[in-house]
Design a protein around this ligand. Sequence first.
Ligand code: UD1
Ligand code: UDP
Length: 382
Amino acid sequence: MKILTVIGARPQIIKASALSRAIQNGYSNKIEEVIVHTGQHYDASMSGIFFSELQIPKEKYNLNTGSLSHGKQTARMIEGIEDIILSERPDALVIYGDTNSTLAGAVAASKLLIPVIHIEAGLRSFDKTMPEEINRILSDNVSTLLFTPTQTGYNNLISEGFPSEICKKPDFNHPNIYHCGDIMLDNTLYFRNIALNNTEYKKKYGDNFILCTVHRNTNTDNAEKLSNIFLSLLETAKMQKIIMPLHPRTKKMAEQLLPADLQKAIRNNPNIIITDPVGYLEMIYLESMSSFVITDSGGVQKEAYFLGKPCIILRPQTEWVEIVDAGAAIITDTDKEKIVQSAKLFSDESVRNKIRTQCLDSKLFGNGKTAEFICKTITECL
Ligand code: UD1
Ligand code: UDP
């Protein structure tokens, strides 16, 4: 069978590498994968680097959509993907997560009656002001195979009326949903040792730091929230050095929205190290060697958990409720007091050790063989 995989944003490129690897290692005689890159992310540090370091087959098509408003960006992607579907005639189209590239793939394929396979389905924040929430709900509702990374994701779909019975031949009106674990765990387990053995990273970063990432539009595009985040980082940096690989969106918005004196204080603080976005292996090194993580990223929250690290979540809620329920993460949103208090708590080694043991024993996100399960299921029922 031929599948068309649509990727576009950084986390999708990373997730797609696990499925491509599973196909190459066990299903290459059954599945032909054609990769379409929408071009949503295009900087070398947001896209190209992952193809080389994660050994992802080069995309056959790149739509070069780039950065545009939601409507224009999604529309151009839909148009481009539709043309590719018409010429490639795939048996199914694979989408990941919740970005505009995900939604574009879902709309283009479902209208042409090509079954949609949604990997990382069922997640909900229950906040429709998030563009990702709209993308998830719409994509799930036109998918034929839905793979949920967590039990919560599965339960969300059941409560929205998706059927729990597994059909032998699912179709548009009878989708199948599977709780199968998280494809990101496949990658973390596969690449962790390679990352940790990299002596260059060891020399560059050492092992005594907090890792922070920020990119969520609700944080970057709001002057008060963005200021609160950086003010708490200035306070937290008194405890330990902070390494912050910065998403281009955050860099741009910080320059536009933060008061000049705050920008100066950040620039002049030797304990806040801001870098360009890093590659996946470098990121896995940073997550593994950090004392704890501060982030608004969905993927980074989970990787912190996979690697036994406490996490401060710079959002009002999370789709990954399991890690909060397990006591490994704290939701602080952009409340300065809460962020600094949580950082103080996670600076305590005994607290970190307890969390670490608990995370590493956990099976909440599956067994690291999710991509194989997905390949097997696709070949059996489509
Ligand atoms: C997108 C996803 C978000 C995901 C994130 C992963 C949507 C609606 N949002 O957010 O769910 O968590 O990717 O990182 O799909 N930019 C560059 N270079 C690039 C890419 C982006 O400079 O290679 C800058 C541009 O100024 C652009 C801004 O970042 O306007 C935002 O990019 P965009 O892809 O629209 O959204 P993200 O914030 O990256
Ligand atoms: N990541 C990376 N380099 C960075 C920041 C993140 O490789 O500088 C990886 C991270 O390890 C995870 C994924 O990107 O696998 C998460 O993507 P992102 O935070 O952009 O988006 P989200 O997961 O919130 O959609």
